[in-house]
Design a protein around this ligand. Structure first.
Ligand code: NAP
Length: 280
C-alpha cells in the first residue's frame, strides 16, 4: 500500500457510463479511507493479459462489468460457489498473490428489495423475464428466500429450459408470449433483460390482470423509471427500481478491499439519482 492507500478499479468496454466510481468514491470519502477507485477501459482482446497482470499490480481488487464478466470467472485463480452458479464474476480481489472472484448480484437484488419493499419475500411465486447471468442471480436469491414457484420467460426458450435443469423443479421455462397470462398469479415480477434501458426497445406488458399486491421490479436502472415500471405503476402495482441493486451489489467488494462494510444511505442514492436525471 502506498501513501495514497489501496487502489481499486472497475473495468469494462465501454466503461465511461459506469456509476461504480461515484458509489465507491462516495464511500471512500464518507469513511475517510485513503484509496482510489478508477475506471479502466479494456478491450476484449486485452482482457486475458490484464487479468494475469493483476496479482503483481498496485491494485488490491476491482469490479468487472460488460463484456468481461464471464471471462473474469473463467480466468480467476479462485472462483467461489456463487460464480460457479451464475457463470460470471463481478468482483475480484487479490489474496496470497492469487486472483479471487465472486458474484454479488444476488446479494444486491435481495438487499434492494429488503430495503425498498420489506416483506417482499412473503410472496411464494415469481415471474422472471430473461434467462441470462442476472436471471441466474435472481433465481438463486428467490430460492434462498423460499419461493416455491419461479417462472422464467425468455426470448430463447432453450436458455430458460437450461435454467430449469440447473436450479431444479421449482423453476419452469416459458416463452415471452406467455408473460401476460403468467402475470395473473404471481406475487413478484422481475425484468432481468436489458429491454427498457435508455436507447433500447422496451417491453410492453399489460399488467391489468395482475393481482393488486403484486410487486414489480426492474434491474435496469437507466432510466430509473423504466417503461415497464411506468406501466406497472399505472396499473396500481407496487414498484421497485434497479438502482438499489447496483448500490447493494457494490458493498461486498468495498468491504473486501477496504475492510468496512459500507452503508447504502438515502444520501448516496440521491447522489446517483441526480447523475441519472439526464437519462430520464
Ligand atoms: P445477459 O446474460 O446478456 O442476458 C440478457 C437476457 O436478456 C437474455 O435472457 C436475453 O434473451 C434477453 N434479451 C436481450 N435482448 C433482448 C431482446 N431484444 N428481446 C428479448 N429479450 C432480450 O445479460 P445480464 O448480465 O443478465 O444483464 C441483463 C441486464 O441486467 C443488463 O441490462 C444489465 O445492465 C442489468 N443488470 C443490472 C444490475 C443491477 O445492479 N441493477 C446487475 C446486473 C445486471 P436471449 O436468451 O433470447 O438472448
Amino acid at each position: 500500500m502506498d501513501d495514497k492507500g489501496r487502489h481499486t478499479f472497475v473495468c469494462g468496454h465501454p466503461i465511461a457510463h459506469s456509476r461504480s466510481p461515484l458509489i465507491h468514491n462516495y464511500w471512500l470519502s464518507r469513511y475517510a479511507i485513503p484509496g482510489t477507485y478508477r475506471t479502466i477501459d479494456i478491450e476484449p482482446t486485452k482482457f486475458t493479459q490484464f487479468m494475469s497482470d493483476l496479482p503483481v499490480s498496485d491494485f488490491v481488487g476491482g469490479n468487472v462489468t460488460i463484456p468481461h464478466k464471464e471471462a473474469a470467472y473463467a480466468l480467476a485463480a479462485r472462483s467461489d460457489d456463487m460464480c460457479h452458479l451464475i457463470g460470471a464474476a463481478n468482483t475480484l480481489w487479490i489474496k496470497d498473490n492469487l486472483l479471487h472472484a465472486t458474484n454479488t448480484d444476488a446479494q444486491g437484488f435481495t438487499a434492494n428489495l429488503d430495503q425498498q419493499a420489506p416483506g417482499w419475500d412473503k410472496a411464494t411465486s415469481a415471474l422472471i423475464l430473461g434467462a441470462g447471468g442476472a436471471s441466474r442471480a435472481v433465481i438463486f436469491a428467490l430460492q434462498s428466500r423460499g419461493f416455491s414457484s419461479i417462472m422464467v420467460a425468455n426470448r430463447t426458450l432453450q436458455k430458460a429450459v437450461e435454467l430449469t435443469h440447473r436450479f431444479g423443479p421449482r423453476v419452469t421455462a416459458h416463452t415471452l408470449d406467455a408473460v401476460v397470462e403468467l402475470s395473473r398469479d404471481v406475487g413478484l415480477i422481475i425484468n432481468t433483460t436489458p429491454l427498457g434501458m435508455s436507447q433500447t426497445p422496451s417491453f410492453s406488458i399489460d399488467f391489468s390482470n395482475a393481482k393488486s399486491g403484486t410487486l414489480v421490479t426492474d434491474i435496469v436502472y437507466v432510466p430509473l423509471r423504466t417503461p415497464m415500471l411506468a406501466s406497472a405503476a399505472q396499473a396500481g402495482l407496487r414498484c421497485v427500481d434497479g438502482l438499489g441493486m447496483l448500490l447493494h451489489q457494490a458493498a461486498p467488494g468495498f468491504h473486501k478491499w477496504f475492510g468496512i462494510y459500507p452503508e447504502v444511505t438515502p444520501e448516496l442514492r440521491n447522489a446517483i439519482v441526480e447523475d441519472l436525471v439526464k437519462f430520464q
